[in-house]
Design a protein around this ligand. Structure first.
Ligand code: ADP
Length: 471
């Protein structure tokens, strides 16, 4: 039990480790593919920029720069005249809002890029984003810093006190995102302003594309995990089955030893008894002892034959020798000899309704089959045994039902009673003698005839065994 749990826990831990490793690898692959995507489009964008400036002699921001220049000339004069700090701060905000808006709306670079990507037949569905890093107005050589981004300020520490810093210029998100591709960093200065900004693009379908590229790895990883889990489950199940069989074999050997010891010790005692002088003088006692020896030898012989037969069955195919019999008479004979033999005073009722009076079967094996069912019905009964046998034909099969009023079989034991060496747990404590082979025989014999055997039972209420044999 402990070993089984250790194997199970080790297996589960290994699978968790495997899944974790796969997730880490997949994450790496996903990030790698994302970086590859960015790199590819950065190179395309650089090519596009070079092509655009060669072809149109512009970078797409000419209109925006003219508008900012005109605006700056006016704004610089206005700001220079403001003395109130609150008003000054509000005005600076207005200025940076205007500049950012113009840069975003009045540029042609996005259109150029989109056309270029379309011509190259690559993805052209992107959003652009412009982040202003630095902006200052110039009024008669006097510089008026308006805005400096946190990042820019960290790089170039200057006039921190007077400059509008950080925040969100004009409502545009200033923080860069890893998936964004920096296409252009621009710095320009005229008589009225100095501006430093970055132009980014961000592909709407990037995630989809990267996911598609990662899909093969994802499928392979998932498959490998599934294969490992299935392999583990199969191995674990086989291990448990081996363990169950080995336990059954141990039980069988214990039961067999017990079974063999009983007749053997009786014979030993009887042998010793025969040596006693007072017994030898008594003819009746000699005959009685000899009968006992003979009976026990027969029993011993039966047990040994049974073991030999099983090992023979294991090695060769079950050979049956079919003969035509009148089924009803044949069954009645078996029941009769059971009643007169070891029936133990069981009340047996029989009800037959065969539409085909004759059937071909192996009489020896079917006798063993029915005897095993009958003796179990008596053996596993704690009151006066009442056995009802019913036989009938249906759809090219004959059915033989043996119902008893015995101790019954639990749902779980019902699944295993036909297994070799299996004994229901109460059976293993020698309350009821046996080797766990009777029903195994029944099943083997029924199958050898092309049929089957099933059980339905309720603990305490008795059992019904149904044998089907096709004809
Ligand atoms: P054995 O009788 O030697 O133990 P069997 O293969 O005949 O082996 O039966 C297997 C187990 O099935 C028995 O140990 C017993 O627990 C259960 N069993 C078989 N027949 C009956 C029955 N008629 N009523 C209750 N339990 C039964």
């Amino acid at each position: 039990m402990k070993k089984r749990n250790t194997i199970l826990i080790l297996g589960i831990v290994s699978i968790i480790i495997l899944i974790t490793v796969q997730v880490i690898i997949l994450k790496g692959v996903y990030q790698g593919k994302g970086e590859m995507f960015n790199l590819r489009y950065r190179l395309f964008s650089q090519d596009a920029l070079t092509a655009i400036s060669r072809r149109f002699s512009t970078d797409g921001f000419d209109t925006a720069r003219i508008m900012i220049n005109n605006y700056s000339e006016k704004a610089a004069r206005e700001i220079a005249a403001i003395t109130d700090t609150a008003k000054l701060s509000a005005k600076k905000k207005d200025v940076i809002f205007f500049v950012t808006k113009v840069l975003n709306q009045e540029q042609d670079l996005s259109q150029f890029l989109s056309d270029y990507f379309e011509r190259r037949r690559i993805d052209k569905n992107f959003n652009h984003k412009i982040i202003v890093n630095y902006f200052e107005l110039i009024n008669d050589e006097q510089r008026i810093p308006i805005y400096i981004s946190e990042e820019y300020a960290a790089r170039l520490p200057m006039r921190r006190d007077t400059v509008q810093r950080g925040g969100s210029p004009g409502g545009f998100r200033p923080l860069r995102h890893v998936s964004e591709i920096l296409v252009k960093s621009d710095r320009s200065e005229t008589n009225y302003y100095r501006l430093d900004f970055d132009y980014f693009i961000d592909f709407r379908d990037k995630q989809k594309v990267v996911m598609r590229d990662t899909a093969a790895s994802l499928v392979l990883s998932t498959l490998s995990i599934i294969v490992v889990v299935i392999l583990f489950l199969i191995t674990y199940k086989n291990l448990m089955e081996e363990k169950r069989l080995s336990n059954l074999k141990t039980d069988f050997i214990n039961n067999m030893t017990h079974e063999l010891k009983t007749p053997l010790s009786t014979i030993t005692v009887a042998g010793k008894t025969l040596l006693l002088p007072q017994i030898r003088e008594n003819d009746e006692k000699i005959v009685e002892t000899a009968r006992m020896i003979s009976k026990q030898s027969v029993h011993l012989n039966q047990l040994i034959n049974m073991i030999l037969e099983i090992s023979m069955w294991e090695r060769t195919q079950f050979q049956i020798d079919k003969k035509k019999v009148k089924i009803e008479d044949f069954l009645k004979d078996i029941v009769e000899s059971f009643r007169s033999g070891g029936g133990n005073g069981a009340t047996i009722t029989q009800k037959y309704n065969f539409t085909n009076p004759e059937i071909e079967l192996d009489t020896v094996y079917i006798t063993t089959l029915l005897n095993n069912l009958l003796s179990n019905a008596v053996k596993y009964c704690e009151k006066e045994p009442v056995i009802d046998i019913e036989g009938f034909s249906q759809e090219n099969n004959i059915f033989i039902k043996v119902a008893d009023n015995g101790i019954g079989i639990s749902k779980n034991d019902q699944k295993h009673v036909f297994d070799k060496f299996y004994r229901a747990s109460t059976g293993n404590i020698h309350k009821y003698k046996g080797l766990g082979l009777g029903l195994y025989y029944v099943k083997k014999i029924a199958e050898a005839h092309g049929g089957d055997v099933t059980v339905s039972s309720k603990p305490g209420k008795g059992s019904i065994f149904t044998v089907t044999i096709p004809y």
